[in-house]
Design a protein around this ligand. Sequence first.
Ligand SMILES: Nc1ncnc2c1ncn2[C@@H]1O[C@H](COP(=O)(O)OP(=O)(O)O)[C@@H](O)[C@H]1O
Ligand SMILES: [Mg+2]
Length: 247
Amino acid sequence: MSESVARPLLRADGVGKSYTLRGRRVDVLNDVSLAVSGGEVTALVGHSGSGKTTLLHILGLLTPPDGGRVFVGSADGRNPVDTSGLSDGELADLRRSRLGFVFQSYNLLPQHSALLNVALPHLGSRGAGERRARELLARVGLADRADHLPSELSGGEQQRVALARALINDPPVVLADEPTGNLDTDSEDVLLALFRELADEGRAVLLVTHNPTVSESADVVHRLEKGAFTDTRDAADEPATGTESSK
Ligand SMILES: Nc1ncnc2c1ncn2[C@@H]1O[C@H](COP(=O)(O)OP(=O)(O)O)[C@@H](O)[C@H]1O
Ligand SMILES: [Mg+2]
């Protein structure tokens, strides 16, 4: 990137979420704020049930928060859009153009080939979508699996198809829930290298993970505990090796 100033491309401001289940209130997120910037891989870690998926779905404009706001920036991080009060259609447009989401369970359409799964969300013409889908399948190492159905792919391959699909509209932000959950270490390395490439292209990459290899490779780590942040490690805060002092 020509500019080194990190701009938040996606931001949660004081977000809260609770569910009422059979008359009992379950507080999931309590006043959580978080910004993810272009050029960085951010990891969101925490125990099972700590609210990671809920927060990712709120940031991905899939679940509305009860309180607080989510802002989505354009590719250069300028003029962030306050998403509170947007209609479902406006939210869907923002989601399709700005956010690439990789679900924990992949959510591939079982009756369609890998190629069509990747191409379907494309915002342009069908021909251009298929061309780009082929390029993306090649990028994730699945050029020779384009005509396979999801059931004819391994878990790791389905995961990579889901990532290719998330990239079809060239989104500035990529969100992924436990992307290495079902992968062996080789596939994990391939996927982590891809996420790093995406960040190097200037995208903001936010990964929910409980895998230490993933969080160690991230630039920024946020830890959720009982619905709130307890500790944040920012690689940029660590003392540099040169004469610059850390902040
Ligand atoms: N739709 C829902 N209704 C009621 N409780 C929910 C719902 N979704 C999630 N929860 C609860 O919210 C908490 C956080 O869930 P989740 O965000 O999936 O955690 P994580 O991804 O960190 O494991 C859990 O205790 C879960 O039981
Ligand atoms: Mg989860």
